[in-house]
Design a protein around this ligand. Structure first.
Ligand code: AMP
Ligand code: MG
Length: 249
């Protein structure tokens, strides 16, 4: 995806998109996902890795809650990546990532990911540009390793919100008692670096697109959830899985 300009891509559903129909459709997709996840687990031939990236308040947690709770928790795992611990920091940047890559039969969600290592670290100039390029190459190789050597299908989603929507959601965190726990005053400081983050994301889309990114318009949760659920459904359907039948011996 060369020359993507995020500013030129809408953060909202296409005009006249039907919200009620989309919500109904989502319910039927979630039911199908539940069945296919059971089959994925039973067959245990493929692993699925779903990467969620996006600015603060872009709705990553909401995707986990609304799309992935329709499936059996026995076969779905979530890992949220935070600022690296001292131990994590003493290893290469992919060490903590590889340790939670999905085994066959499992759907693994990454709430943030190895991309933070070429986003937040780059924007804050904690690494130089030469290191960014090297890390991007390492990321491409790593994703290829998971695909080729553990039958992993990787889906990468960028939750695309507008800066205005982000401000509204951050404000909501101050006032809504059910959201106050998410409030982090540093988020307002990060938001000021918006253009630098967008440039860093655009480079990820350009240089780490061997496994393609999906840019998800994310100002409206109902639309965002539908796009992600549908992409996951299509991926699972294409695997052409079979129940293994009775175990021999
Ligand atoms: P949250 O998603 O609100 O729980 O915040 C997690 C924080 O951890 C965010 O500010 C991320 O930018 C930060 N973070 C995650 N991974 C890394 C990383 N590899 N290096 C530095 N900061 C990170
Ligand atoms: Mg946060």
């Amino acid at each position: 995806m060369a020359n993507i300009k995020l500013k030129e891509i809408s953060t909202r559903a296409p005009k006249d998109w039907n919200k009620e129909e989309t919500k109904e459709n989502l319910a039927s997709i979630l039911a199908k996902l539940n069945e296919l996840q059971n089959l994925l687990y039973a067959e245990s031939q493929h692993a699925i890795l779903v990467i969620l990236q996006g600015m603060d308040a872009s709705g990553k947690d909401g995707v986990v809650r609304k799309v992935f709770t329709s499936m059996n928790p026995q076969g779905v795992r979530v890992h949220s990546f935070k600022v690296p611990t001292a131990e994590e920091f003493s290893h290469d940047f992919l060490w903590r990532i590889h340790g939670v890559a999905p085994p066959k039969g499992i759907i693994q969600l990454f709430n943030r990911s190895h991309y933070e290592d070429v986003l937040v670290t780059r924007v804050h100039k904690l690494i130089d540009e030469k290191t960014v390029k090297k890390r991007m190459k390492a990321i491409n190789d790593f994703e290829q390793l998971l695909q080729e050597h553990n039958n992993t299908r990787i889906l990468k989603f960028y939750l695309h919100i507008s800066p205005e929507e982000q401000q509204e959601r951050l404000q909501e965190r101050i006032h809504d008692p059910t959201k106050q726990w998410k409030y982090n005053e540093r988020d307002f400081e990060e938001a000021k670096l918006w253009d630098d983050y967008m440039a860093a994301y655009e480079d990820c889309f350009e240089y780490c697109n061997d496994v393609p990114w999906t840019i998800v318009p994310a100002d409206q949760n109902w639309y965002k959830e539908h796009v992600i659920a549908e992409a996951l459904l299509k991926t699972l359907q294409k695997l052409d899985m079979q129940y293994p039948g009775l175990k021999k011996g």
